[in-house]
Design a protein around this ligand. Sequence first.
Ligand SMILES: Cc1cc2nc3c(=O)[nH]c(=O)nc-3n(C[C@H](O)[C@H](O)[C@H](O)COP(=O)(O)O)c2cc1C
Length: 348
Amino acid sequence: MAKIDDPITIKSITFRNRIGMSPMCQYSAIDGFVNNWHYMHYGTRAIGGVGLIIVEASAVSPEGRITPSDVGIWKDEHISELKKLVENIHSNGSIAGIQIAHAGRKASHAAPWNGSKQLISSEGGWETIAPSPIPFDPSEKSPNEMTYSDIKAIVNQFRDGAKRALEAGFKVLEIHAAHGYLIHEFLSPLSNIRTDKYGGNFENRVRILLEVVNAVKEVWSSNLPLFVRLSATDWVENGWDLNESVKLSSLLKQKGVDVVDCSSGGNIISAQIPVEKGYQVHFAEAIRETGIMTAAVGMITSAEQISNILENEKADMVLLGRELLRNPYFVLKAIKNQNWPIQYLRAK
Ligand SMILES: Cc1cc2nc3c(=O)[nH]c(=O)nc-3n(C[C@H](O)[C@H](O)[C@H](O)COP(=O)(O)O)c2cc1C
């Protein structure tokens, strides 16, 4: 039974506690490069005591960005700025992780504060790709159906992104297979109606993710943790669901994935999601039954909630999103014995 302040060791990495920062896009990069905003934003959460910081969805290709301002990891030039970010996080006691991603049919959109609308080429947008030519929003332009060579290229881009993440010094890699982005689009029979070996039955729909995991493992250190974020369900009848997520998680465990980060939704615009306190925790609990470690996330905002999840073995780690945007110092208060930065001791 783990407590809120227990460290956790995964492979060669020990996290000072079991609370992590969930990946959250800042839409503040230029040409994929992180900058002062990211150094301040992530550095503050590291000072604030989290055990792990998963840097936001970082695109493995320019076309894989949700917005033109997403962080990128598609070229070697990105590495040096990412390295500074990693050093900033590590020098403040947290472990730096990064989520690598391709947005698929949800790429080429405006930032939320500019309305999140699909961008056409005259607005700086680009053509999108997906398993099948079905747009996320029926009012949007359809993505192009991917060919075998597109699929191969994407798998290679994930591998190259993982290699750059390692070079930048990240200690945790998370493959983004959730929220209706490219890999999730393949998993769900509602967004994937292919009739070739990448569509149809479960084995075919999960094929691209397993290929990405294999490719990433060619370059990612076998001593470092590998996470996969899944949407455990589409929240829609006949869509991707918890049973398939459990089945997939067993395969991921066999492949050497360490942690499934259990989110949900994002693939079907009409889905009705019963958002409430801890509404995704039971997914982490069910997936953990396969023997793989899980991270719980979603509407978790108090130390009591976190203790309850860990002590009742519903998950091995807890990730916080918006609570850490509201309160970067959440962990300093939530964990009684947390070591405060010496510079802040007079405020303890
Ligand atoms: C501003 C913002 C940006 C986000 N960006 C990402 C992202 O880059 N990758 C991802 O997997 N989830 C992303 N999410 C989802 C969060 O990681 C998290 O799963 C979600 O907010 C639920 O947790 P919470 O209730 O603690 O905020 C984002 C959420 C927010 C609020």
